[in-house]
Design a protein around this ligand. Structure first.
Ligand SMILES: O=C(O)c1ccccc1N[C@@H]1O[C@H](COP(=O)(O)O)[C@@H](O)[C@H]1O
Length: 245
């Protein structure tokens, strides 16, 4: 990927309705996320998924978000959501990530919870097996959801990292703070759910538009951070290098 082609990837996650999906696509989202996790207010059932996902029509990458799925559930989700990417947002080990990637033949984005610098010790192991890494705020112990809590973390903890994989930032982002987040962390992409909602699980088309526009404006002047191409080389070829700031 040449530097002129590099572009911030924006993901709108937790889409449940055609209205929200249309807003995300019209705003120019690169990835649209669908949550299959019954405890989430954004849960999309296997029965609802095919019609909504078909509406994407290739205009964005379809991401199916799961939490510690077993293989039978993955088979059902892959069949119903026809995802381009699997987002694993639970306690999946690097070995489990590699096994899922191999079995289902789909790129995997692994979410890593971040609360302090020590949480990044696992990054090289995951970067060796996942196609993308997503940083999210570490939830409180006993939290109902492992993500989607609208909670930010100290973005400086993930600034200056380079593991040869696209890095995405999430956790409490919204149209008002995404510029500051990107200025501090300079990620390859941003991911938002709660920050474009009026209530848990209720997406706001207006907030979706504002978020995508704010993210695009924020990076308009950034041109010095090389973006690794997703899937350009297999994780097995990755020589993990983690450069902490
Ligand atoms: O959105 C959810 O309900 C969810 C449930 C379980 C795991 C992850 C979930 N969402 C993801 O969490 C991050 C941060 O979300 P937020 O913007 O802070 O609400 C994002 O990647 C969502 O896709």
């Amino acid at each position: 990927m040449g530097s002129d082609d590099r572009r911030l990837e924006v993901k709108i996650c937790g889409i449940k309705t055609a209205e929200a999906l249309d807003a995300a696509l019209a705003a120019g989202a690169d990835l649209v996320g669908f949550v299959h996790f019954p405890k989430s207010p954004r849960h999309l059932s296997l029965a609802e998924a095919p019609a909504l996902v078909a509406r994407v029509g290739g205009r964005a990458k379809v991401v199916a978000l799961l939490v510690d799925p077993d293989d039978p559930l993955l088979e059902q989700v892959v069949a119903a959501f026809s995802p381009d990417i699997l987002q694993l947002h639970g306690h999946e080990t690097p070995e489990r990530v590699a096994a899922i990637r191999a079995r289902f033949g789909l790129p995997v984005m692994k979410a890593l919870p971040v609360g302090r610098r020590e949480d990044l010790a696992v990054l090289p192991a995951y970067a060796g097996v996942a196609d993308r890494i997503l940083f999210d705020a570490k939830p409180d112990p006993g939290a109902l959801l492992p993500g989607g809590n609208g909670r930010p973390f100290d973005w400086r903890l993930v600034a200056g990292l380079d593991v040869g994989r696209p890095l995405m930032l999430s956790g409490g982002l919204n149209a008002d703070n995404v510029s500051q987040a990107l200025a501090e962390a300079r990620m390859d992409g941003v991911d938002v759910s709660s920050g474009v909602e009026d209530a848990p699980g209720v997406k706001s088309p207006e907030k979706i538009r504002a978020f995508v526009a704010a993210a695009r404006r924020a990076v308009a002047g950034f041109s010095d951070k090389p973006l690794p191409a997703a899937g350009a080389d297999g994780p097995e070829n990755l020589s993990s290098k983690v450069r902490a700031s």
